[in-house]
Design a protein around this ligand. Structure first.
Ligand code: DAH
Length: 356
């Protein structure tokens, strides 16, 4: 064999493609074993003349050193590979298993979501947060709100009594008692709102025994019904994210306000869906009015009867149903997870307060 180039090349390919120490050993035997290809060639050298001996001897020696250098390199690589495979096999995964695919993202209940939105908006309009107890006394829930004993308005409230009726404790029938608590405990001027649970002994398509309201109260010199109108219109436009909404103030009666009004927003109903801010139907959304002098008299004393203020109260369920299109009030409190998954909100939804 005169030209060893091809031989060297195929030996290199064999070394490179072998993937175990045994295979490498077989390749070594194939070329440099007793009867290996190169060993045979070396044997032939003695029969050659001096010049050829030197030339071929040199070539074969180079072949040998390249061959063994590559074998060693390959051995190192194979050992590294074997160690890392071994480590992989022996390693223990101490991390917790991932949640299975049946994991369900938690959702925010529409009442919580709507309350948070209302809190953000009223807060951004300059009102501060107040709260009162769910179990109220007769004075705060009725008397101080100009609903004295035997007043027919008490019948309208379907009150839950706590303990004996004559003990005078009730589950608050509205959030309006927070008006009294703040008037009695804070100093004027006042700009507050108070969201919370309310209770009435009533249950049908549009009533649940427990529901939610937000109360609003602004008491400061010179406040007028016009301010109230502007305020509520602004609130509705922000809350429903709709500048086309029109409000209608209908004269009404609440014992704690004079004059009183119920507020409707315009809408149209098309194939069972309500479109707000369109059409000429009206949907009631809240009650409001100018605080009755008797309320100031009972909470602040005789000399404050001419104080000015406006108040409003709205049902959170109703606002949620109108904004998010839930058709049946009763579903809100049935704890049906399918309903909550459908109507619930993600944790990261924020209220748009860009109106500021
Ligand atoms: N408290 C009333 C209710 O539950 C709602 C209400 C009406 C509150 C007028 C007010 C108001 O503050 O001014 O039906």
């Amino acid at each position: 064999m005169e030209n060893y180039d091809q031989l060297i090349q195929s030996a290199m390919v064999e070394i490179d493609s072998s993937n175990s120490i045994e295979l490498l050993e077989n390749i070594r035997i194939k070329y440099f074993g007793k009867n290996g290809i190169v060993s045979q060639e070396l044997k032939k050298i003695s029969k050659l003349n001096d010049e050829k001996k030197r030339k071929i001897g040199k070539e074969l020696n180079e072949f040998k050193s390249t061959f063994f250098k590559n074998v060693e390199l390959k051995k190192v690589r194979i050992r590294k590979q074997e160690i890392s495979e071994q480590l992989k096999k022996e390693s223990i995964d101490i991390s917790l298993p991932p949640r299975s695919s049946s994991f369900i993202e938690a959702k925010i209940h529409p009442i919580t979501q709507t309350t948070n939105e209302i809190v953000s908006i009223l807060g951004s309009m300059g009102l501060s947060y107040e709260e009162g107890p769910d179990v109220e006394d007769d004075f705060h829930n009725f008397t101080a709100l100009n609903i004295p004993k035997n007043h027919p308005a008490r019948q309208m409230h379907d009150t839950f009594y706590v303990g004996e009726k004559n003990e005078g404790l009730v589950l608050r029938t509205h959030t309006s008692p927070v008006q009294i608590r703040t008037l009695m405990n804070k100093t004027l001027p006042l700009r507050i709102f108070a969201p919370g649970r309310t209770y009435r002994c009533d249950s049908d398509i549009t009533h649940t025994p427990m529901f939610h309201q937000v109360e609003g109260l602004v008491v400061e010199e010179g406040v007028t019904f016009a301010n109230l109108k502007w305020f509520l219109e602004k609130f509705c436009k922000i809350f429903f994210n709709n500048d086309d909404i029109n409000l209608r103030f209908r004269p009404s009666y609440f014992p704690f306000t004079e004059p009183s009004a119920e507020v409707d927003i315009n809408c149209k109903v098309e194939s069972g869906k309500i479109h707000l801010g369109e059409g000429d139907s009206w949907m009631e959304i809240l009650g409001c009015g100018m605080v009755h002098p008797n309320v100031f008299k009972m909470s602040l004393g005789e000399k404050n009867m001419n104080t000015n203020g406006f108040a409003f109260g709205m049902g959170i369920e109703r606002l949620a149903m109108l904004k998010y299109g839930m058709p049946d009030l009763r579903n809100f409190f049935e704890s049906d997870l399918r309903w909550l998954r459908h109507y619930g909100f993600s944790f990261f939804e924020t209220t748009d307060l860009s109106w500021r």
